[in-house]
Design a protein around this ligand. Structure first.
Ligand code: MN
Ligand code: MN
Length: 422
């Protein structure tokens, strides 16, 4: 903070000298902020040419190698925009017989108030036990196969099998389950529409049974007290091994077939979906209430960038963005108001966060495809393209703001590309 103040006043002075006026009235806070930033950029560039950026003391080498943009930020970075990165590889992993779970929520990424994520593994046959919760649950299968069930409040039941690339949405309060299938169970990502959501805070069938007075249970179920006394297998099952289920058709028939079948389909096969947008730089699949009507509060875009490609400069008017990185590596710059900007590197299993309406771009810095999810607490995916905007303005208006002539402006893509080849 004091560094910033120092460079601010230094920039102020040099500006007044340059103008040959001493009036402090001219030194508005906004102008001082911009010149301070220009000074910082100059200083960084100078420092890069001498030994000023050297770091002779201790350093966490693996972390620095993984995060070059944090170690030596581009000179355009400035100030502090709060945390925008975390990784599933840094949070506690709850390991149980049958699988494991870990979560990135506002405890570790406090800027994300809208969404939280859970990454879970279930071995073949193992259950994430029957439960429900206060948040909507959006999910994508990352590997393997699972059987999912969810019941509507009217008693109709949805059962389906999901595999890699499939999505599901379980509405808040609707009881559901997930069970790993052959050959190797599954691993999936859950996204909840509450930033402080925790998988430890769900409502479990096992706890519900364990904490209801026995006479109430006996009356409720119409069962003998001797049966009730032995009802609790374990106070909290959470994740536990079980036998593999019957076939989907057998399970559906066993519970009453079409008579009890849910009229709503809670799963979505994203793997079979054609890209919403495909360019030589990659592709984007947008899944929101327009093509998967069940999620009312969660919209998603699965982005694939080829090496060198750029997810173009854009922002989202309706929500902040919570990212999950599935593959490859890249770097994202987020540009905020007051001249603040931050560049961070991302790898598979990382989580990114972009504040609402903040401009951002993502570049594939690896030599393989980089794949990430852009998630929003919104019914629709909405983004504004900077290119698109500049090309919709009268060229004179653009020239008045940036040093480009009409010919140069005409080279900027006029439509929203989403993904620009490298
Ligand atoms: Mn759940
Ligand atoms: Mn975005």
């Amino acid at each position: 903070m004091s560094d910033q103040n120092e460079s601010k006043s230094a920039a102020d002075l040099s500006r007044r000298n340059f103008l040959g006026v001493s009036s402090t009235a001219l030194a508005t806070a906004a102008f001082a902020g911009i010149t301070a930033h220009a000074q910082e950029m100059q200083d960084t560039r100078k420092a890069e040419k001498d030994i000023s950026v050297s770091n002779p003391g201790q350093e966490n080498k693996p972390l620095l190698v993984e995060n070059p943009s944090s170690n030596m930020p581009p000179p355009t970075d400035h100030g502090d925009i709060g945390p925008v990165w975390y990784s599933f590889d840094l949070v506690h992993k709850r390991v149980e017989e049958g699988g494991w779970t870990h979560e990135v929520n506002s405890i570790v990424l406090p800027t994300s108030k809208d969404l939280a994520g859970v990454n879970m593994r279930l071995t073949a046959g193992s259950f994430r036990e029957l439960h429900w919760h206060t948040a909507d649950e959006w999910a994508i299968m990352l590997d393997g196969n699972a059987r999912v069930t969810v019941m509507n409040p009217d008693g109709t039941m949805f059962i389906d099998d999901v595999s890699k690339g499939d999505l599901w949405l379980f509405p808040a309060g609707f009881p559901h389950s997930i069970q790993g299938l052959r050959p190797n169970g599954c691993e999936f990502l859950l996204v909840f529409d509450e930033g402080d959501f925790s998988e430890d805070g769900t409502f479990l069938l096992s706890e519900t049974i364990a904490h209801t007075p026995r006479n109430m249970l006996a009356k409720n179920f119409g069962l003998d007290k001797e049966v009730i006394a032995k009802l609790v297998r374990k106070e909290e099952l959470y994740i536990f091994p079980a036998d593999l289920p019957l076939s989907l058709a057998q399970d559906k028939a066993a519970i009453g077939g079409q008579r009890v079948e849910s009229p709503i389909k809670y799963t979505f096969k994203m793997a079979g979906m054609a890209p919403t947008r495909k360019t030589p730089g990659g592709e984007v699949r947008i899944v929101d209430s327009r093509n998967f009507p069940v999620p009312k509060n969660v919209a998603a875009a699965l982005v694939t960038l080829k090496p060198g490609a750029l997810r173009e400069l854009h922002w989202h008017p309706n929500a902040s963005e919570w990212q999950f990185w599935l593959a490859g590596k890249g770097r994202m710059t987020i540009i905020m108001n007051e001249g603040r900007a931050r560049t961070m590197d991302f790898n598979a299993n990382d989580v990114g966060f972009v504040p609402r309406v903040a401009t951002h771009a993502i570049e594939n810095t690896g030599d393989t495809d980089c794949i990430f999810l852009e998630m929003f607490k919104a019914d629709q995916f909405v983004d504004v393209s900077l290119n698109n905007w500049l090309r919709r303005l009268p060229p004179e208006a653009v020239t008045a703001h940036v040093n480009l002539n009409q010919e140069q402006i005409a080279k900027i893509p006029s439509e929203k590309e989403l993904v620009i080849p490298g």
